[in-house]
Design a protein around this ligand. Structure first.
Ligand code: HEM
Ligand code: HEM
Length: 182
């Protein structure tokens, strides 16, 4: 359904900002937990956090994609040139793609490797992936390079958002901020 509003609706804001907080925690935890020399108990806790929040992020992004298909984002202010419009669209598409690829690759890496995902196991959700070292290794490579791409895109995205908020002050930032209301 086309949206005639000039700002994002409350559910879109809430989903954007809750996912942003969780992603900005999941990435550094992922980088930290794979370092050598960490205390075993700390490493286990970080893995448990990363895997389970990662699965939650997959659920949230699927919800967000369903919501977005039903409610188009508001149009950008007329002051934003066409080429920036196109780049913003492409970068959002790439972000959504990586937000699906990352948790799916992480899930396959863990399940094919024969490891637990505590929250799903506690709820009795079966693993949908066969045990296979080759599959686990491929998924691990995708997860690794996807992580690098996601970090680069998120950095660009935050840079662009701050540019609009602090320098241009053109209303792009307040389309999605604050996380509540709107
Ligand atoms: C949006 C969600 C996710 C993001 C942004 C993310 C990001 C990352 C990053 C940056 C790393 C460190 C780089 C690397 O060694 O690969 C990592 C590692 C890892 N992630 Fe994720 N991850 C996500 C979801 C998941 C999920 C859902 C699982 C499993 C259920 C998972 C399992 C792992 C594992 C096992 C590693 C260690 C890789 C290894 O060396 O085997 N991740 N993740
Ligand atoms: C860290 C993970 C983040 C991810 C994955 C992410 C992802 C996205 C995506 C996919 C959109 C497009 C929404 C749509 O139209 O469907 C978006 C919009 C937006 N995000 Fe983020 N975001 C993140 C963090 C941030 C942060 C920290 C800021 C601010 C500093 C920010 C500011 C914005 C703004 C201003 C928009 C609206 C831009 C527009 O409508 O063109 N985001 N974000």
């Amino acid at each position: 359904m086309p949206d005639t509003r000039s700002t994002y609706r409350p559910p879109a804001r809430l989903l954007h900002w809750s996912m942003a907080v969780l992603i900005l925690a999941t990435i550094p935890v992922g980088l930290l937990m794979t370092q050598e020399g960490l205390a075993r108990t700390l490493q286990n806790s970080l893995y448990i956090f990363h895997k389970n929040v990662g699965v939650l992020l997959l659920i949230l992004v699927l919800l967000r994609l369903v919501y977005r298909a039903r409610r188009q984002p508001p149009p950008l202010p007329a002051s934003v040139p066409d080429w920036q419009h196109r780049i913003a669209g492409l970068s959002h598409l790439a972000l959504y793609a990586l937000l699906v690829i990352m948790p799916v690759a992480g899930y396959i890496r863990v399940r094919a490797g024969g490891f637990p995902i505590e929250a799903l196991d506690a709820m009795g959700v079966p693993g949908f992936v066969p045990r296979s070292d080759a599959l686990a290794e491929t998924a691990q490579t995708i997860h690794y390079f996807g992580g690098l791409a996601l970090m680069a895109l998120v950095a660009l995205h935050i840079g662009a958002a701050l540019h609009h908020a602090v320098i241009r002050k053109d209303g792009v930032f307040s389309r999605i901020w604050p996380p509540f209301g709107g």
